[in-house]
Ligand binder design. Structure first.
Ligand code: PLP
Length: 396
């Protein structure tokens, strides 16, 4: 009867998305869906593939051209010593890749160390695989990084996997090279697997992106998971990939991919080949614009919601993860069992602004809100103006 699924939560991001469909003229700052258009290299490759009738079944692991390009990208850009293209598997976006590797690694009861806050599907997928998510707080005072000693303390004999997500969704925290080196040493010492979710590898404004699998001896125990959704503005197309050195784990992941998709859409894969073969300029261009939007949003927030939200612009990703002033909430009569849910419902109802309650990303982030800053400038400005009005009404 699939009873185990009853304990798998539905992310608030999905619940909010459903609420937003009922709102007229909404500001969609709830979903991490970049507003840019996909690069022409991708579009032309899709059109060509269609004209050539590339609409048939494909190898489950992905088409050879794409696996080769992904392997090469991981070697040159991420510094990961991927051996042969056979170590690479193409997936239906990053979500599917994470689902496959989590299921390939976990036995029932295994614990997975996960950042708090973290993108909610991670915890749900670990639960769905029979594992136990153990969230360890990222510290806002450290720029939303782990205090590594706290990670060490959370490890038990049942810990199987250390889950990294840098840059982090929702906080934008970026682990330093030193953090990553320390975490690698812990993984080796405690014999842990590492899943490295690098969905935002291309959105780092300060600091550097370090793939833990590039460190000596780490690829053997690390599964780096990537998505093309954010880097190429193709969230709806669904292309991701990962690499696994260990043949046994790889065979297990292959079965998950096989029985959940058979193969990733042919057109999506040929389009991805075009995106990877062509100019990578769009990645740099997107980042410049995302940084401008981040700065614009934080400036606008200070004007639209003075004394309501606080927080520093993040080092990476494209979210504003800000703390709600509890005194303001009290004066505005925002009550209920969850402050962040009360705020989300208020902003949706009175401001038409999609946003996600912090508590959904982890227990330590009750009282925070997430706004996506990757939407167009026009939408961000519209949301800020609407917020200003809605918040002023709340206390008048
Ligand atoms: N990992 C993180 C941290 C994310 O935020 C997302 C999407 O928002 C993903 C993975 C998966 O992205 P997709 O399934 O769109 O490729």
């Amino acid at each position: 009867m699939g009873q185990f699924l009853d304990s798998v939560p539905v992310s608030a991001i999905v619940r909010i998305r459903d609420m937003m469909y009922t709102v007229k003229d909404p500001f969609r700052l709830d979903q991490g869906d970049v507003s840019f258009d996909a690069p022409d290299t991708f579009k032309q490759a899709v059109t060509k593939a269609l004209a050539e009738n590339r609409t048939h079944y494909l190898p489950t692991v992905g088409i050879p051209q794409l696996r080769k390009l992904c392997a090469e990208k991981m070697r040159t850009k991420n510094g990961i010593p991927v051996g042969s293209d056979d170590e690479v598997m193409v997936t239906n976006g990053g979500t599917h890749g994470l689902y496959a590797v989590i299921h390939a690694l976990l036995e029932p009861g295994d614990e997975v160390i996960i950042p708090d806050p973290e993108w909610p599907p991670t915890m749900a997928m670990v639960t769905a695989a029979g594992g136990r998510p153990v969230q360890v707080p990222l510290r806002e005072s450290l720029g939303w990084r782990w205090d590594i000693a706290e990670v060490e303390k959370a490890i038990t004999p049942k810990t199987r996997v250390l889950y990294l997500n840098s840059p982090n969704n929702p906080s934008g925290g970026v682990l330093t090279r030193q953090d990553i080196e320390k975490l690698a040493a812990i993984a080796r010492e405690r014999n842990l697997w590492v899943i490295s979710d690098e969905a935002y590898e291309d959105v780092v404004y300060s600091g550097e992106h370090v793939s833990i699998a590039s460190l000596p001896g780490m690829y053997e125990r690390t599964i780096p998971v990537y998505t093309m959704s954010k880097s190429y503005a193709i969230t709806g197309v669904r292309v991701g990939y990962f690499a696994i050195k260990d043949a046994t784990v790889r065979d297990r992941a292959l079965k998950v991919v096989l029985y959940t998709t058979s193969n990733v859409s042919s057109l999506a894969q040929y389009g991805a080949v075009g995106a990877l073969e062509g100019s990578q300029q769009c990645i740099a261009d997107f980042k410049v614009e995302l940084q401008a939007r981040r700065d614009m949003f934080y400036q606008g927030l200070a004007e639209a919601a003075p004394g309501v939200f606080s927080g520093q612009p993040p080092d990476g990703a494209f979210y504003a993860f800000v703390k709600i002033n509890p005194d303001w909430a009290k004066s505005a009569g925002l009550t209920g069992p969850s402050l962040s849910w009360a705020m989300a419902e208020y902003l949706i109802k009175h401001g038409r602004i999609g946003c996600v309650p912090g508590v959904d990303f982890g227990a330590s982030c009750e009282g925070y809100m997430r706004f996506c800053t990757c939407r167009s400038r026009e939408e961000l400005n519209g949301a800020l103006a609407s917020m200003k009005q809605a918040l002023a009404t709340a206390v008048s």
